[in-house]
Design a protein around this ligand. Structure first.
Ligand SMILES: Nc1ncnc2c1ncn2[C@@H]1O[C@H](COP(=O)(O)OP(=O)(O)OP(=O)(O)O)[C@@H](O)[C@H]1O
Ligand SMILES: [Mg+2]
Length: 438
């Protein structure tokens, strides 16, 4: 997933799905952002960095008259696309001849805005370069990054996020509000077992469970998702330790259809709708189209998929850690991965051909764009991406050659290769494809 514009929907859903604890971190984050232009939330996978960034953004949006803009990087693999994803999130698309970070800096100018670079760890260098360019080249931009590792820039302030505090074995459990880990478990448990709440009778078992999960929010959510199948006592007494083991156990509890859906949907970064899930996950043999909805609902119950109701309809999303787990499973079977990516590419192309994105609502386009970013265009080199963009602007090969100061034959070669890589047959399909990704 790449960039996306400010996410009011996302901010609201962050609210509605029961945010717990983190008072000190919210305050700390707010104070750090008031006095520093670069704050990085660090911590292990699943600890709640993204969630805290969303919540913090919700609290401080008035401080930034030109908005808070999220750049979701988890699905992006190519460092060269980081500035483009940021431009996308900021709604800046004007073409200039300057290299991307400089062009961005120029366009941001004096705006008072906060750029949130979410999930930077796999693109730390590119994120650091972009951040340095913005901080040096503009007077009023601030950056909030979430990353398992620091960006390593001078002036970077770190806010280290630890797992949620868990009660001591012999601690007082009467006030669950003082134990956000327990509150989180209860909130998610109520989603799978309506009516579930913390009681005198179950508190000790929930506390034991949260302790065994080291207070890691993602692990707590996954455990809650298994409550209906396993029961609280067995959950609490089980030897649940590493996150990987927790995810393995969630995976084992899935039906065959759910496992296939999990693995195959992991090629989709960002939010996707049911139709996309059906097109990408169903192969008509091991998983039929009509079975995908049930599998998706099962994965929502198990907290593997997040369900978001947006203005553009219901969307689903795999958390990053779980998406990588799914990708590992998919990659274990190379032909399975190739077939899934082929279905994804076909879906992307059909959407481009029918202009589905162009006539859709903005909200939906934005969410789809996230998943289109992981479409199998990742084989495009930065130069090819640039050429594709110029084709979409309607430039002929000769004009592209002049613009990029290359030979016409070279421009033709680029266009041929791009069409080949994307499986498209002509320039207008390519233009539609590029437009759909904006
Ligand atoms: N304070 C919280 N209240 C409620 N839910 C939370 C909280 N913190 C985290 N969660 C939930 O735990 C899960 C993992 O959180 P999140 O995705 O923010 O982790 P992360 O640190 O960004 O992980 P990664 O390094 O993989 O990006 C999410 O489903 C999130 O909603
Ligand atoms: Mg994250």
């Amino acid at each position: 997933m790449g960039g996306s514009a400010p996410r009011r929907d996302e901010r609201r859903s962050a609210e509605s799905a029961g945010f717990v604890g983190r008072r000190a971190e919210l305050l700390g984050g707010r104070q750090l952002l008031a006095r520093s232009r670069l704050v990085t939330l660090t911590g292990p996978g699943g600890v709640g960095k993204t969630r805290l960034a969303l919540h913090l953004a919700d609290r401080i949006h008035r401080t930034f008259p030109d908005g808070i803009h999220f750049v979701h990087l988890s699905g992006l693999d190519d460092p060269a696309l980081v500035p483009l994803a940021a431009a996308d999130a900021l709604g800046l698309h004007g073409h200039t001849d300057r290299p991307p970070p400089d062009a961005l800096t120029e366009q941001v100018g004096e705006r008072h805005l906060l750029l949130v670079l979410d999930d930077c760890e796999h693109l730390v260098t590119a994120c650091a370069e972009l951040t340095a360019a913005l901080l040096h080249g503009t007077p009023n931009t601030r950056v909030l990054a979430t990353s398992r590792h620091r960006l390593g820039l001078t002036g970077e302030h770190l806010l280290e996020l630890r797992p949620l505090p868990v009660p001591d074995a012999d601690g007082d459990l009467s006030d669950a509000d003082r134990h956000p880990a327990l509150a989180l478990f209860a909130d998610r448990a109520a989603a799978v077992l309506p009516g579930f709440r913390l009681t005198q009778a179950n508190r000790a078992a929930v506390a034991r469970l949260c302790r065994s999960l080291d207070g890691l929010p993602l692990a707590i959510e996954l455990a809650a998702g298994r409550l209906r199948d396993v029961g609280l006592d067995r959950l609490a007494d089980g030897r649940l330790h590493s996150l990987r083991a927790t995810i393995d156990r969630s995976h084992r509890l899935c039906t065959e259809q759910e496992r296939l859906t999990w693995a195959r949907a992991s090629v989709l970064a960002g939010a996707f709708d049911l139709e996309t899930a059906e097109a990408v996950c169903a192969d008509g043999v091991r998983l039929r189209r009509g079975e995908v909805l049930e599998a998706v609902s099962g994965l929502v119950d198990k907290s593997v998929l997040i369900r978001e109701a947006t203005a553009g309809g219901v969307r689903y999303r795999l958390l990053d850690t779980l998406r990588h787990y799914g990708l590992d499973r998919l990659r274990a079977l190379p032909e399975e991965e190739a077939a899934t990516r082929r279905r994804h590419r076909d879906r992307t192309q059909r959407q481009a051909d029918t202009g589905e994105h162009a006539c859709d609502t903005t909200t939906r386009r934005r969410a789809d764009r996230d998943s289109l970013r992981t479409a199998p265009d990742l084989g495009l080199t930065p130069r090819e991406s640039e050429v594709a963009e110029l084709v979409a602007q309607g430039l002929a090969n000769q004009q592209i050659a002049e613009r990029l100061v290359i030979a016409r034959r070279t421009a033709e070669g680029h266009v041929e290769r791009i069409l080949g890589k994307l499986g498209l047959s002509n320039r207008s399909q390519l233009a539609a494809w590029v437009t759909a990704r904006r």
